[in-house]
Design a protein around this ligand. Structure first.
Ligand SMILES: [Zn+2]
Length: 446
C-alpha cells in the first residue's frame, strides 16, 4: 500500500493531507501549500543551514507566486547547545513570532526541532502548518505529537501534524550523514518499541492498534536493502528511508500516541537529552541515541527470554520493590533538580504490591504466548546492529560521546521519566535491571 493510500484510508483521523516525496519538488510546491495554508501571510521558520538548502528555493517560489511571508531563525539560548532542542522557551518564542507577524499559516523548514516547535506553537494558535523536510533524521514529520523538553523532562504532547509535508530527495539524500544515520536509528527501534507496546498490552491491558501496526510494517518493508546505500547518498535508498519515516509518523498519529515507535530505547535517549540540557552534558542526534538504546533493550529482551519462568519468585520480586516514599528519596538523589518534574511521571507508574504481583503472575502464567507474540516483531540485537553498522550508524555509547557511568544511569534511571511500561520496567520489577545493564555494557559497550 502506498503512502497516499494510507492518507486516504485514515483521512478522518489524519491531519496530514499530502506528502510529496521526489526530486526537485520545492520549486513547484507553492500551489500545493496554498491549497492547504491559504494565501498568506506565512511565517517561515528556518536555521542558517535549512535556509541555504531549501529556504532560498522556497522563497524564490513564494516571490514568484506573490505570497507574503516573513522569515524567522530558530534561536540558540545556551553556550553548550550543539543544536537547539524543542523546549518550552522556543515554543514561547515562536508563539510570539506568530503574534507579532500576524501570519495566517506557518512553515517549518527543517526536521526535528524546527518541525516540533512550529507544529506545537501553530497548533496552540490554530494555524495550519506545513513542513519542508531538510534531513531524514527522525520520524516526527507526520506525527500528531511534539517531543518537548518541558520543565526539564522530555515529554511528548499532542498537537496536529503538518497538513502537507514536502520531502525533496536531492536535499535529503545529501543531508549530513549523521542526520541520515539518526533517521535510520530512529526507525530501527521498531523491533523493540513494538515489543514494549505488545508487552504492555498483554500484561497491563493497555491500548494496542492493529491499524497502526499495519502502517509500521509497511514502513518497515521500505527499508529492505536500504542501509548500506545511505552513505552513498543513493536517491532510491533515501526514498525508502523517507517513506518509512513518514509512515512511522502516520502510525503514531493513527494510534494517537508515540507508543508504536517509542519504548524503553527512547527513554534511554530522552534521559540523555534531559541530563544534557539540565547539566550541560554531551548528546547526539535523537535517532543516533535511539539506535544505541535499541541495542540495549534488544539485549534485555534476550536476557528476559533466557529466563526459566518456573524460577521466577514472584513474592520475592514484590517484596524487593520499595514503597513509594523510599523510592522518592532514591529518585531525589538520582535526579536532583529534575526530581519534582520526574515525580509527576514516576509516581503514577510506581506499582502497588497487588498490581505488581498480578502483573508478574500474568507473565509467568502466559509466558510462552507472550513470548511468541513479542517474537513476531522482535529481532536479535546482532541483526539490528549489523543493519545500523551497514549505514555507519553509532552502535556504542562511546560513539555518541556518553561515558560509562552516564550510560549505566541512562539504562537504569530512565524508566522513571515516563509513565509507559517497557522492558526496562519489567527488568526492574524482576530485580535484574542493574545486573543486566552492567552486562549489556560489558558485552557491547566496552
Ligand atoms: Zn524517535
Amino acid at each position: 500500500m502506498t503512502i497516499q493510500n494510507f492518507l486516504n484510508r485514515f483521512q478522518d483521523t489524519l491531519n496530514t493531507k499530502e506528502i510529496i516525496i521526489g526530486q526537485d519538488v520545492i520549486r513547484g510546491c507553492v500551489p500545493t501549500l496554498k491549497k492547504y495554508l491559504g494565501d498568506g501571510p506565512w511565517l517561515v521558520c528556518v536555521d542558517e543551514n535549512t535556509w541555504k538548502v531549501a529556504g532560498q528555493t522556497l522563497s524564490e517560489a513564494m516571490n514568484k507566486d506573490q505570497i507574503q511571508y516573513s522569515r524567522v531563525d530558530i534561536p540558540f539560548f545556551a553556550q553548550h547547545e550543539k543544536f537547539p532542542m524543542c523546549d518550552d522557551k522556543r515554543i514561547e518564542w515562536f508563539e510570539k513570532c506568530i503574534e507579532k507577524s500576524g501570519a495566517k499559516a506557518a512553515i517549518a523548514i527543517g526536521s526535528g526541532t524546527i518541525n516540533d516547535v512550529v507544529k506545537f506553537a501553530s497548533f496552540k494558535h490554530g494555524l495550519p502548518m506545513a513542513c519542508i523536510a531538510t534531513a531524514p533524521s527522525m520520524n516526527g514529520f507526520t506525527s500528531g505529537i511534539a517531543a518537548i523538553l518541558s520543565n526539564g523532562v522530555k515529554t511528548t504532547q499532542p498537537c496536529l501534524a503538518p497538513v502537507v509535508v514536502i520531502a525533496d530527495l536531492d536535499i535529503l539524500a545529501n543531508a549530513p550523514q549523521r542526520m541520515i544515520q539518526s533517521g535510520l536509528g530512529d526507525l530501527l527501534s521498531k523491533p523493540v518499541s513494538n515489543s514494549d507496546w505488545l508487552l504492555s498490552a498483554r500484561l497491563n491491558g493497555t491500548f494496542h492498534s492493529a491499524e497502526a501496526m499495519e502502517i509500521i510494517e509497511a514502513g518497515s518493508a521500505m527499508l529492505n536493502d536500504v542501509a548500506a546505500k545511505l552513505p552513498k547518498c543513493d536517491i532510491e535508498a533515501t526514498r525508502g528511508l523517507v517513506g518509512s519515516l513518514m509512515l512511522s509518523g502516520l502510525a503514531m498519529s493513527v494510534a494517537g500516541s508515540s507508543s508504536p515507535a517509542s519504548g524503553g530505547e527512547h527513554l534511554i535517549s530522552h534521559y540523555i537529552d534531559m541530563t544534557a540540557h539540565a547539566f550541560g552534558q554531551s548528546y547526539d542526534f535523537h535517532g543516533c541515541q535511539v539506535g544505541v538504546g535499541t541495542l540495549v533493550t534488544a539485549y534485555l529482551y534476550e536476557k528476559l527470554w533466557a529466563l526459566d519462568p518456573a524460577e521466577i519468585d514472584i513474592d520475592a520480586c514484590v517484596k524487593a520493590v520499595e514503597n513509594w516514599d523510599t523510592r522518592a528519596d532514591q529518585l531525589k538523589e538520582r535526579f536532583g533538580t529534575l526530581f519534582s518534574a520526574v515525580e509527576k511521571h514516576a509516581k503514577p507508574a510506581h506499582p502497588t504490591d497487588a498490581i505488581l504481583k498480578a502483573r508478574l503472575e500474568k507473565l509467568v502464567a502466559n509466558w510462552d504466548a507472550i513470548k511468541a507474540d513479542v517474537n513476531t516483531t522482535l529481532r536479535t540485537r546482532k541483526s539490528i546492529e549489523d543493519e545500523l553498522l551497514a549505514a555507519n550508524c553509532p552502535v556504542r555509547f562511546k560513539d555518541i560521546g556518553i561515558e560509562r557511568k552516564r550510560s549505566l544511569e541512562a539504562i537504569t534511571f530512565s524508566k522513571d521519566i515516563r509513565n509507559r511500561y517497557t522492558i526496562l520496567h519489567l527488568a526492574w520489577e524482576l530485580g535484574h535491571l542493574e545486573t543486566w545493564a552492567e552486562e549489556a555494557l560489558e558485552v557491547m559497550f566496552e
